[in-house]
Design a protein around this ligand. Structure first.
Ligand SMILES: [Zn+2]
Length: 488
């Protein structure tokens, strides 16, 4: 699964300094360290609880390993913690005709067993103070954290009767492992340590994680994970009484829905990663998902919106600008950037507009406001098309070739600027533009300088006209997709 995940991320153009895993030796060791610190500080308690035991399997069954009929809706394969069909929260003993998920055996009985509990309640005030000190978190992140804190925190069981996981360093717990939400967040530290252990002379994981005053730490997640990152994990850190780095910013998202409902693998409703890349290049998905990020509310995926937005922004705005500029230049002046003399006030104004929009674009990135990031990018691209339409070099070339050449030189420079700006959003398409312009590695990040240079791509540079960067999604195709993924 680790390999599978890594390759999906790679295909979508996500890059990692290091893609670690929670099953690493480093994470096992760090998890034990956290546990021992919490135990030494009095935040771990051992308690007996009553739990389902399978005689055939000779083991205790975690809630999810007990299967039976849901007492609420009758669904036959409900799990002991929750019914997948009607979403009722259940207790394993509620299930009708319960059986073991391991062997299918119905020889079950309720026995007493010991588990470890984390005293979340004893750290509630400290967690609240920490949450309240982060006024810049989004409303979604803060409201979920405060809801949990206001409802009151209880001790939480941190051990499970499973074979797979991080083992518990305590006598009598040989058959148990830590609850996944105990060791998973420690995996952030563990992965950094894996990374640093590969080159211990050049980096030290502690520079990021211990006594690190100059680290800005941003976490991204869907809203169901917010309680673990605003309450549970911070409490674990605070309870160690050690100076671990805690999150500076927590960016959370609402749900992406499929036509207002749930995506469902079992009902084949919605589009999933395996099909997504076979249908459209990664850039289409990246662009659409960022433009429609469920930031303030849930967002709905529809094929109509997908087709409309991509046709308009990628095909009509960016792709069209690139192609019509380069094609016209080749037809009129050949495949080298023409010179054409000095720019006018119009170009000076264009430069100022680009600078203003680029500043807004950067600002929205820093603020992690992804819908607004895309709005700014769209506005930037539009500046190019508005400029080209106003200057109409296809007409100008008949009356003033020198000025037409200058206009096309300006437009080609805009292409470079647009592709560099768009790279974090649509990296594969930007790379194709970089290749068409024969940009050197160092040229591909020029826009990050404070002062925007509109004419850095010099006359005489050779380029090629790329194949259209994006393809139009026609109504017929859109309707086919709608039908294919409707789950009907
Ligand atoms: Zn049910």
């Amino acid at each position: 699964m680790h390999q599978k995940q890594a390759s999906i991320y790679q295909e979508f153009g996500l890059s990692f300094d290091y893609f670690g895993r929670t099953s690493s030796l480093q994470n096992h060791e760090l998890t034990k360290h956290f546990f021992e610190r919490l135990a030494a500080n009095g935040y771990i308690e051992e308690r007996p609880i009553r739990q389902v035991y399978s005689l055939k399997d000779e083991r205790f069954l975690p809630d999810r390993y007990v299967i039976g009929a849901c007492p609420k809706c009758g669904y036959e394969a409900a799990r002991g913690d929750q019914c997948e069909n009607c979403t009722s929260v259940l207790d394993p003993v509620d299930l009708l005709a319960p059986r073991s998920a391991v062997s299918g055996s119905t020889e079950l009985e309720v026995r007493t067993t010991k588990h470890l509990f984390f005293r979340l309640d004893a750290l509630a005030n400290e967690v609240r103070t920490w949450v309240e000190s982060h006024e810049k978190w989004s409303r979604l992140t803060r409201s979920i954290a405060m809801k949990w804190l206001n409802e009151g925190l209880n001790e939480r069981c941190i051990t499970r009767d499973l074979q797979w996981g991080v083992s518990v360093p305590r006598d009598g717990f040989e058959e148990k492992v830590f609850y996944v939400w105990f060791d998973a967040p420690i995996g952030y530290v563990g992965a950094t340590k894996e990374y640093s252990d590969q080159a211990p002379d050049s980096r030290d994981w502690k520079d990021w994680w211990l006594n690190a005053s100059d680290v800005t730490y941003t976490q991204f997640m869907a809203k169901d994970n917010v309680p673990f990152h605003t309450v549970f994990f911070p409490a674990m850190i605070l309870g160690t009484r050690e100076p671990w780095t805690m999150a500076t910013q927590i960016k959370s998202f609402n749900w992406l829905t499929y036509y207002g409902g749930k995506f469902s693998t079992s009902q084949k409703r919605g589009i999933f990663l395996d099909d997504a890349l076979e249908l459209f290049d990664a850039d289409y998905w990246r662009y659409f998902l960022l433009a429609n990020s469920p930031e303030t509310d849930d967002a709905s995926f529809t094929w109509e919106l997908f087709a409309t937005m991509l046709n308009k922004d990628l095909v009509g705005n960016f792709g069209n600008f690139v192609n019509r500029t380069l094609k016209l230049t080749v037809a009129q002046f050949g495949d080298r950037v023409p010179d054409g003399g000095s720019p006018s006030e119009l170009e000076e104004k264009l430069k100022e507009d680009c600078q203003r929009v680029l500043a807004a674009y950067r600002h929205q990135f820093v603020n992690l406001e992804f819908r607004k990031v895309i709005q700014a990018l769209r506005e930037l691209w539009s500046l190019g098309n508005v400029y080209l339409d106003r200057r109409a070099p296809w007409n100008l070339v008949k009356t003033n070739r020198t000025e037409a050449a200058m206009v096309l030189r300006t437009a080609i420079n805009l292409i470079k600027c647009f592709a560099i700006a768009a790279e974090p959003i649509i990296p594969f398409s930007s790379a194709r533009v970089f290749d068409a312009l024969n940009l050197a590695a160092g040229e591909r990040r020029e826009w990050l300088k404070d002062e925007f240079d509109l004419y850095s791509y010099q006359p005489g540079r050779q380029f090629t006209v790329p194949e259209p960067l994006f393809r139009r999604i026609e109504k017929v195709e859109m309707e086919e997709l709608q039908l294919r993924f409707s789950g009907r």
